[in-house]
Design a protein. Sequence first.
Length: 229
Amino acid sequence: MSGKLGLLPEHAECAALFYANQRRITLVTEFTRRMAVAGPLAMLVAAPARANPDWPDRPITMMHGFPPGGPTDLVARIVADGLTRRLGQRIVIESKPGASGTTAAALVARAAPDGYTLFAIPSGHAFAAATYKTLPYRTIDDFSMISMFTEYPYLLATYADHSMRTVADLIALARMRSTPLLYGTPGNGSGPHLAVELLAKEAQVHLQHVPYRGSAPAGSISSASASTS
């Protein structure tokens, strides 16, 4: 994992390219390409002028790569509701979990460039090129970035009765144990996964990653495990 963390400057490069690309885009004509809502999550803030004056004349699909009930799904549904009212066409949410969102990204990259496929992208999209040896799409060039629609922090949490109360407590406990502490995240290569691995590297402790297929199952199973421990 430490080798992959060494590639994280590519994340910054991806972010810089993203914002440079966003400044270049005029949404008058960019609906002729594949459209994506991007960032840690993102949204379309307005219905822009379009090359096709009849757009949209049918429902639009907004895809994401995580199970229903997680933060990506919930925020995508809130945005879809607002877009439905503004555009006068229904926005249909499609959940395509798998490979930390890259399965859905590949589907969107192959979609017809007609303006009827949107993509709610998590933060992991920006550094997928650094954490996956190969991808069936180009993380920047195969998508037209539109706008960020939310930012949120990563939180470390455990059950209420645990003795840990601070990050210092966590590091001290990890150093005392003969076996690694377990931590769950939305999946391999996700933002929380890399963040905790960076913490472990900087603190020089061994933590064992437990990947789930999204935030909703990670939270549900972790809560169930705490209640039975």
